[in-house]
Design a protein around this ligand. Structure first.
Ligand SMILES: O=C(O)CCC(=O)C(=O)O
Ligand SMILES: [Fe+2]
Length: 664
């Protein structure tokens, strides 16, 4: 990698007084026994490396003529023998660049070569902190190539602090042109022959109408072989699939390949394909019953891609959420042989790339790893390992024999095998965080033996949980400009959870199925007695109390503080958290009572007029009832004294509500 221009290099060369100059290194290679024959030096690296050398043509010529050499012989040994001959050394003024004035060989010197100039405007250079020189050419000899790639993310004008990633825009292609190129040209003639009302709108409509046409002309868009791998039970897979489908790319140019190894997800895949299969150019599904291993499924996907003459191969794991619908398009436009979007587990240091490797090829953290993961630095990074989601140019797959590029290599993980082959082929792997592309979900605690396992993921996958289960209008609740909804005095009404939450919570309870019998004796309670019993199931009976209390603290408490000013209790304490079921033939109503709470929350889980008739909550002191409850909306009211209340008669169907007595 050249860090100075040729003039600087020649000037530095002249300063050395040499007629022939070779780089130096710390290893005496390929013949260690020659080490004792080297002249003693005081500083720097003693031994010759033949990866970099320069000199005057007559001397170089003479050096090359010195002896015959076979193509298969070692060039470094050839030059070493010449150098160790004192006569040759003197006559040719043959010297080594011991202190890396010009040549920096990285092998054995990785730690002494550091980046310089980060934090200043000018280009980043390298400095050898042992010799105090700034070498002009850096060479990744032996196993130091990954370090060279790392340096290459910064030096040679790749990066500067003010301009960030300067090499990112190199070689970009523009897909929008591909969309347009096939479209016939139209000569559009517009005549404005008289004064015309609303002409601006007319022009706008003319223009808008044209934009949609481009979608019709998909045929020229490159084909993408999209391979989805579901190798483990994965939270929030439905959303993951939807985001994949929502990628801004003509589906008629996508071959979809799915390897699903997880029985639990069969319904998700079936539902997805029932809806969208027809949109794709082709679909191949490998089901859990096929018993195909991850390795063979991945290899098969490569074969299929080549067979279908794909332009691109895009692999994605079920854990990878492409939150940006432009991810695929932008990766194609980035135009690198292998490029991955940076995906990170939210709030964690876990991502889909490694910044460095140990000598035996396993994970090692690079100096800039955290800066990249946290987007302190944005760019396109040459790294030794990527996984989870990546785009591969089809040309590479078509020209490379499967014995040189596949997912099978000894007993390595599939992705470690694949990246190992890419490194051996000298194919760079880039990871991009030029934009926010998406994130990784965390599958560690996902337990599919539960009914609605995603409901239990509020801790491990909080953002996904919130997306699915919190009402989309929730943030508006705390907007001070909005008028509060107060259906009865000091009874407030807020949208809080999604319809999906309601559906899943009911499913969770009905699956458990052991509703209380409505008697006063209740062994679930410390006192063993409930004065005003309902037919219910407590959250702790379905292992969801910890989750519920967190929900209470995070989403309910701010609403309480918003409407009942001056009362703070964090975290809220709640011993009674339960779902109530009302049925005409079971328990159809609840007699007037106080709750043992400072405040009570009451979330409607299903819909009056659809799922049941009657029902609602009446506040007796105010002779005020809330009957038109809405699924996902929460009522919050004081528990005692003023808010004596009753559950009204359900005349038909089943009414479900979620109740908690907060701060008893
Ligand atoms: O049916 C209702 O909405 C009221 C329920 C209630 O008051 C309770 O469970 O304590
Ligand atoms: Fe109550």
């Amino acid at each position: 990698m050249f860090l100075g221009d040729l003039r600087n290099i020649v000037e530095a060369f002249k300063m050395t007084g040499a007629r022939v100059l070779f780089g130096a290194e710390v290893f005496c290679w390929p013949d260690e026994t020659l080490a004792s024959k080297y002249p003693k030096i005081e500083r720097g690296k003693p031994y010759l490396n033949s990866g970099l050398y320069m000199g005057y043509m007559p001397e170089i010529w003479e050096l090359l003529q010195r002896k015959d050499i076979e193509d298969t012989d070692d060039d470094q040994l050839f030059f070493t023998e010449a150098y160790l001959d004192e006569n040759v050394r003197e006559r040719l003024k043959f010297k080594l660049d011991h202190e890396s004035q010009i040549f920096q060989n990285l092998n054995g010197a990785i730690n002494e070569v550091q980046l310089l100039g980060e934090g200043k405007e000018h280009d980043i250079r390298v400095k050898n902190v042992i010799t105090h020189t700034e070498p002009l050419i850096v060479h990744g000899n032996g196993p130091s190539k990954i370090r060279l790639n790392y340096l290459g993310n910064y030096i040679s004008k790749a990066w500067s602090v003010d301009k960030n990633c300067k090499h990112c825009t190199y070689g970009l292609i523009n897909l929008t042109n591909i969309y347009d190129s096939n479209v016939p040209t139209v000569f559009m003639a517009l005549f404005i022959e008289q004064a015309t009302p609303f002409l601006e709108e007319q022009l706008q409509k003319l223009h808008d109408g044209l934009i949609n046409l481009t979608n019709i002309y998909d045929s020229n868009v490159p084909t993408v072989f999209m391979a989805l791998f579901i190798e483990q039970a994965t939270p929030f897979l439905e959303e993951q699939l939807q985001k994949l489908h929502d990628q801004y790319y003509p589906k008629k140019r996508i071959h979809l390949f799915i390897h699903n190894a997880v029985k639990y997800h069969k319904t998700h895949i079936n539902e997805f394909l029932a809806k969208y299969k027809k949109d794709y150019l082709s679909v191949k599904e490998i089901t859990p019953e096929d018993g195909t291993s991850e390795w063979s499924a991945r290899d098969l996907s490569l074969d299929q891609c080549v067979l279908k003459d794909c332009d691109y191969y895009f692999a994605i794991d079920s854990l990878s959420h492409l939150d940006s619908p432009y991810t695929l398009k932008l990766l194609i436009e980035q135009n690198r042989t292998v490029v991955a979007p940076l995906l990170v587990r939210s709030g964690k240091a876990w991502s889909n790339f490694w910044g460095a490797l140990t000598t035996d090829g396993f994970y090692s953290r690079s100096d800039d790893y955290m800066d990249i993961v946290y987007n302190n630095k944005r760019g396109l990074w040459n790294v030794p390992f990527i996984n989870s989601a990546y785009l591969v140019n089809g040309t590479l797959l078509k020209k490379t024999d499967r014995s040189k590029l596949s997912f099978v290599r000894g007993d390595l993980d599939a992705d470690m095998a694949f990246c190992g082959y890419l490194r051996d082929l000298d194919v760079f792997m880039f990871v991009s965080n030029r934009l926010d592309f998406g994130h990784l979900v965390n599958p560690e605690t996902y337990d599919t033996t539960r009914m609605t396992p995603d409901m239990y993921q509020i801790f491990e996958n909080e953002i996904d949980w919130e997306d699915r289960y919190i009402h989309s209008d929730y943030p508006e609740n705390l907007n001070p400009d909005n008028k509060l909804s107060e259906p009865c005095p000091d009874v407030y009404w807020f949208p809080i959870v999604s319809l999906r939450f309601c559906k899943d919570l009911i499913a969770m309870m009905e699956n458990f199925g052991i509703w209380s019998d409505g008697k006063n004796e209740d062994t679930r309670l410390d006192g063993g007695y409930e004065a005003v019993p309902t037919r219910d199931i407590h959250m702790n009976q379905v292992g969801w109390e910890r989750h519920w209390l967190y929900f209470l603290q995070k989403y309910v408490r701010p609403l309480q503080e918003h409407v009942f000013l001056g009362y703070f209790h964090n975290p809220p304490r709640s011993l009674m958290n339960f779902v109530v079921r009302y049925r005409p033939d079971e328990q159809p109503s609840l007699r007037p009572h106080h709750d043992s709470s400072t405040y009570t929350i009451n979330i409607a889980l299903n819909e009056r007029g659809v799922d049941y008739e009657g029902g609602g909550c009446r506040f007796i002191r105010y002779n005020c009832s809330v009957v038109d409850t809405k699924p996902g909306w929460l009522l919050i009211h004081p528990g005692r004294l003023t808010h004596f209340h009753e559950g009204l008669l359900v005349t038909k169907g089943t009414r479900y509500i979620m109740v908690a007595f907060v701060d008893p």
